[in-house]
Ligand binder design. Structure first.
Ligand code: MG
Length: 456
């Protein structure tokens, strides 16, 4: 965190008691309270991290000091808290979570009344209060009140059920393995799936903020136990959530781990069959698989900058009902326009039930792309001019400059060249129908960029 900035791409994040302290959390709470204003109703909850209760109490102190009433929901997943903010007509919400980061981290996310994270402009307003000492404290007799709000997980699960066909799913008797990373993904989802008639086996299910089972980022290298369990017990599907259960990554009955672009494409196809011409929102970094699927089923693809908050806000702005990221975040608008791991799981089971196809069969019909990545060192002060020079070289091709420079080639291959927001590097993501072609693209553009850099 730099001196004048609190918020990153997904709220405030930091190492507990090093980068993010309880003192800061009180001040952040008071800044959020000042931003919303006295007498506003703010819902607050946290994930399973060891520091969750500590930061929750600190933020609650700050909020009530500015006259905000806090409705505390305790431990819950990020999507369950977001749904509760909207469902209970709160003025806003605060989530204490560091999502997929390791257990020594925590963070603070601010939610608007519609359940969606606040915009970057709103975050700047909160930062302004924080850094300019503009907190407006309430007098002693007008402090905010704190109360507990129970039952949000049950309400959340019931809401998800309305968007699928429970009888159809139940008729298939799916056996599902859930890997909740010892965090909040184990609260609402197992019960929801049992109520949908599934047999549920859980691993890493006990709540433990040290995350002993696996790291909370559902990357393939962390999901070996889930894949082995699905295979060993003959389950139909496995699902792994990240630390706050807004992202979900799936495993087929064969033990294959499918990255999020594949499950997103499955959901897109079914959605477009039922909603012809619908708008699908995804970051420009998404796989060509997403573009192919939207084109094949006559949807309209809307590209955004990278970041889940940007996807949510774009969906709201253009009234789109489906969005997704390749990392396993699917935004199902009819439920809520935010990433939601339990909703995504229910949607996928619904599609498997409706089509009678396994996850492996649904994936098998998709075009196959190969991905290669690269990175090139580039000082932060040269990033802008480098990006401009790259643009000038490729501007006559089929490109997008929404976030970095993305080039699509006539043979369906593509490359995204994008400055890292946190490191002094440019990242390259190439995609092609063969591994060799993807590798060739990385080599070709790496040498082009190095040449430009030398001349800068
Ligand atoms: Mg998350």
């Amino acid at each position: 965190m730099s001196a004048r900035k609190l918020f990153g791409t997904n709220g405030i994040r930091g190492l507990v008691n090093v980068e993010l302290t309880p003192q800061m959390a009180i001040k952040v709470g008071a800044s959020i309270g000042t931003f919303f204003g006295a007498n506003k109703n703010i819902l607050l909850g946290h994930d399973a991290r060891t520091s969750g209760p500590m930061f929750a109490k600190a933020v609650i102190s700050g909020l009530t000091a500015t006259g905000c009433n806090v409705h505390f929901v305790g431990m819950a997943s990020t999507p369950a808290i977001q749904f509760a903010v909207k469902n209970h007509r709160m003025d806003g919400g605060v989530i204490i979570s560091a999502s997929h980061n390791p257990p020594e981290y925590n963070g603070i996310k601010v939610i608007w009344s519609d359940g969606i994270e606040t915009s970057h402009e709103q975050e700047t307003e909160i930062e302004d209060v924080y850094f300019e000492e503009k907190t407006v404290f309430a007098p002693w007799n007008k402090l905010g009140e704190q109360s507990e709000l129970v039952g949000i997980n049950e309400e959340y699960a019931q809401a998800i059920k309305k968007h699928v066909d429970p009888a159809k799913i139940a008729s298939k008797h799916f056996h599902v393995v859930i890997d909740a990373a010892n965090s909040v993904g184990g609260i609402a989802a197992p019960r929801l799936l049992r109520e949908l008639g599934c047999k549920v086996t859980s691993i890493n299910a006990n709540i433990d903020g040290t995350f002993p089972g696996r790291l909370p980022e559902p990357r393939p290298e962390n999901l070996g136990d889930l894949a082995a369990t699905v295979r060993a017990i003959g389950a139909d599907i496995g699902v792994a959530f990240d630390g706050d259960a807004d992202r979900s990554i799936f495993v087929g009955a064969n033990g294959a781990i499918y990255w999020g672009d594949k499950t997103f494409a499955i959901v897109i196809k079914q959605f477009l069959l039922q909603n012809p011409g619908a708008k699908i929102v995804t970051p420009v970094s998404s796989s060509t698989l997403i573009k192919d699927t939207v084109d094949a089923y006559n949807g309209e693809l809307i590209l955004t900058k990278v970041g889940s908050v940007t996807v949510s806000h774009k969906m709201k702005e253009i009234n789109a009902q489906l969005g997704g990221e390749e990392n396993g975040g699917i935004f199902y608008g009819p439920h809520q326009a935010v990433r939601d791991g339990a909703m995504t799981t229910a949607l996928l089971l619904n599609i498997m039930a409706q089509t009678g196809q396994s996850l492996a069969q649904l994936v098998a019909e998709q075009p196959q792309y190969y991905i290669e990545k690269g990175k090139i060192p580039c000082q932060d002060d040269k990033k802008e001019s480098l990006q401009q020079k790259i643009y000038e070289q490729v501007k006559d091709q089929n490109i997008s400059t929404i976030d970095g420079v993305k080039i699509w080639f006539p043979d369906s291959s593509a490359i995204l060249i994008r400055p890292s927001g946190t490191e002094p590097i440019f990242r390259l993501y190439a995609e092609a129908k063969t591994q060799e072609k993807a590798q060739k693209l990385i080599e070709e553009y790496s040498s082009k960029i190095k040449q430009i850099l030398q001349a800068l």
